[in-house]
Design a protein around this ligand. Structure first.
Ligand code: G1P
Length: 295
């Protein structure tokens, strides 16, 4: 059964990116020419998703505005002879339905996903975290590969994307305990949210993309607050695994690095790399940066 529905949690405060995120969502920060969340939706559209539900929170309405069809702007560009700029609004025409709901209390990522239950109901679905871009310019088919794995067997209830991280960074992520060896696709034995370096069962970190059966909602309802006092999605997956449901891990390929727009270091990396590889502005920017570095 093919999956065409995605849940995009965007309710987080973005405190690690203050002051930039004081009055705008981190998901609307530009990376090169486009806001982060547009790349996420482009990736979803490329992977066959046709319905997206955003889990929003206070101060996030600009995300909704961004995906609205703006007739006024289109006719303004036409009447002022700027037709060539209409291509920048092509994404408004994606074959995608949008829905928005608010996470009315900030109780964690697991709770945010649970807020999608009335929309998703009894269907399998994708979760794509709204602050992470997968692959340069979001050219990734990881979600399609994850859906293919999910479709392989009825007893699979979670497929999670992973990428290796330096050992000292395991404290920032959900970390996999693979069953047996870690090929590109592997059986998940367990998952630990933000372990210490010593506790970490591997260096494979959850990379912001998931596929779930609706069973995850039952698990989330039973999940107690965990790390940081929040209802963790990782803990709900753990509950699925401990009750005998199968979970699959799948590694991002080398070309599919995750660009995390959750802190300034990785945001700067992402912006620099996307701008330097922009087909129109990249070549001139490379010369400019080269000049700066030679001084
Ligand atoms: C969340 C998840 C974590 C995952 C990370 C990146 O953490 O809880 O398991 O590794 O996203 O996908 P956060 O960045 O919200 O602290």
């Amino acid at each position: 059964m093919s999956i065409d529905i995605a849940v995009i949690p965007v309710a987080g405060h973005g405190t690690r990116l203050l002051p930039s995120t004081k009055s705008q969502p981190k998901e609307m920060l530009p990376v090169g020419r486009k806001p982060v969340v547009q790349y996420v939706v482009e990736e979803l559209a490329l992977n066959g998703i046709r319905r997206s539900m955003f889990i929003t929170g206070p101060g996030k309405t600009s995300i909704e505005n961004h995906f609205d069809w703006d007739d006024e702007l289109i006719s303004y560009l036409r009447t002022t002879g700027r037709e060539d700029q209409l291509q920048d609004l092509e994404y408004e025409r994606f074959d995608m339905e949008y829905a928005y709901t608010r996470q009315r209390r900030q109780l964690g990522l697991g709770h945010a996903v649970l807020c999608a239950q009335p929309f998703v109901r009894n269907q399998p679905f994708v979760v794509a975290l709204g602050d992470s871009i997968i692959g340069l310019h979001a050219k990734s088919n990881i979600i399609q590969r994850m859906i293919d794995e999910y479709d392989r067997s009825d007893d699979i209830h979670a497929v999670v994307a992973f990428e290796p991280v330096p050992k000292e960074h395991v404290t920032r992520y959900g970390i996999a305990k693979p069953h047996g060896d870690t090929a590109d696709v592997f059986e998940l034995e367990d998952l630990i949210e933000k372990p210490s370096v010593d506790e970490a069962p591997s260096n494979l970190a959850v990379a912001a993309r998931y596929v779930f059966s609706p069973e995850i909602f039952n698990a989330l309802e039973q999940t107690e607050p965990g790390k940081g006092g929040e209802i963790q999605l990782t803990d709900a997956i753990r509950l699925l695994l401990s009750s005998g449901r199968r979970g699959i891990g799948i590694r991002l390929s080398e070309a599919e690095r995750r660009f995390d727009i959750g802190n300034f270091t990785s945001y700067f990396h992402a912006f620099t790399e996307f701008a330097l590889t922009d087909p129109e502005y990249g070549p001139e920017l490379r010369d400019y940066v080269r000049g700066l570095l030679e001084d």
